[in-house]
Design a protein around this ligand. Structure first.
Ligand code: SF4
Length: 377
């Protein structure tokens, strides 16, 4: 415990929003109620059966922007093929990208490998257990460092992600926008006050005895947000802390958290071209420094006012719709001629057979085109 060095600001002594103004009895009852509920309701997830910080770190990075049910097979496959920090540090980029294919936000996987290499160089291949050293790893922010230190090392480091923000703003009736600096700092203080309370011996909180109390407490916040205190139609009647919840008492569940106006969704329209020449198809690799860098794709272009109409013999293969952040994207894939496709490839295209394409890593939308193409053979 004394080895933990926090970059977390100390509680303000006199602030109106200070956690000191929060009833400490409420903090104790919340911790006790959530620990007790978690001991009976926690989902049996594979990364919860281990204390290996590497395995927990991989799960936390995969779970960013991605649902548990999607992550499960990816995590299992990853841990089978890259079971240690050393194996990840040494893995070929093609291998890690292939293992990540379909999860999206590929910067995450490149940061994972850079961090593994750094751990080998600077920490002798042992995952660091100091909060500041974990936070210094590429791709690790304050939430992820807090999650790893609490879950793997049972340290009282707070966590605050979308799920936890929803739970805390509702329970404490916090009306400010969590993205505002002051409200955000207040939420971190609450998260810290709660996890510090959880780190105290069970006899002083009346909670069930458990080692790993901070680990379990932080996970109970995440779990409540995922299973009970959901964004829409929270299951308040089943909630273990409803008696302590301001939003429930005041029927303000729909108004909290107050995330302000959502950014307006922007529609974008792309055309991809599938060209076959003697049983091979034209693909290209995206350059470094752009979205989905290094991944493969079929030649494509964004439709604009200046886009030339397709030749009449081009045939629609499939339409893929997907969303990335605020963009609602429609991608139409056409069987096209070589001249059409080559206008989108600056001499860096490659011709490959279908069996070779299956070994490359594509963004999800182009992977769907590939599956559609394979279905026509
Ligand atoms: Fe969320 Fe409802 Fe529980 Fe309050 S009572 S924490 S709004 S599920």
């Amino acid at each position: 415990m004394d080895r933990i060095k926090h970059r977390i600001p100390a509680f303000p002594k006199n602030g109106k929003n200070s956690v000191h103004s929060v009833n400490s009895v409420k903090i104790k009852r919340l911790v006790s109620g959530l620990l007790s509920w978690f001991s009976r309701n926690a989902r049996d997830l594979p990364w919860r059966r281990t204390r290996d910080p590497y395995a927990i770190w991989v799960s936390e990075i995969m779970l960013q922007q991605t649902q548990v049910k999607t992550v499960l097979p990816y995590w299992e496959r990853w841990m089978q093929q890259l079971p240690t920090i050393q194996s990840l540090a040494k893995a070929r980029p093609e291998k890690i990208h292939k293992l990540w294919e379909g999860l999206g936000y590929y910067t995450r996987v490149r940061n994972l490998q850079r961090a593994a290499q750094l751990i080998c160089e600077q920490h002798g291949g042992i995952f660091p257990d100091l909060f500041d050293e974990v936070l210094a790893l590429p791709g690790v922010g304050r939430y992820t460092a807090g999650a790893i230190c609490s879950i793997a090392f049972d340290q009282p480091t707070p966590i605050l992600d979308g799920n936890v923000i929803r739970v805390l703003t509702r329970i404490f009736g916090i009306a400010g926008n969590p993205r505002d600096k002051k409200t955000n700092a207040h939420l971190w203080q609450l998260a810290e006050a709660l996890v510090l309370q959880a780190s105290r011996p069970a006899s002083r909180t009346n909670a069930p005895h458990s080692a790993l109390r901070t680990s379990h407490f932080n996970q109970s916040l995440m779990e409540l947000g995922a299973l009970v205190c959901t964004p829409r139609e929270p299951k308040c009647t089943d909630c273990p802390v409803k008696k302590l919840c301001v939003a429930f008492r005041q029927n303000r569940m729909e108004q909290l958290p107050n995330l302000g106006d959502r950014p307006v969704a922007t529609r974008r329209h792309f055309r991809a071209f599938i060209v076959e020449r003697r049983g091979e198809f034209l693909v290209r690799q995206r350059p470094a420094g752009v979205v989905n860098a290094h991944l493969w794709e079929f030649p494509n272009e964004e439709i604009s006012a200046r886009t030339v109409p397709l030749p009449v013999h081009s045939r629609l293969l499939c339409t893929v719709k997907h969303s990335i952040t605020r963009y609602r994207i429609t991608l139409e894939a056409f069987m096209a001629d070589e001249a059409t496709a080559k206008s989108c490839v600056n001499g860096d295209g490659r011709w490959l057979a279908l069996s070779e394409l299956q070994k490359l890593f594509f963004p999800s939308a182009h992977k769907k085109i590939l599956a559609s193409l394979a279905g026509t053979r």
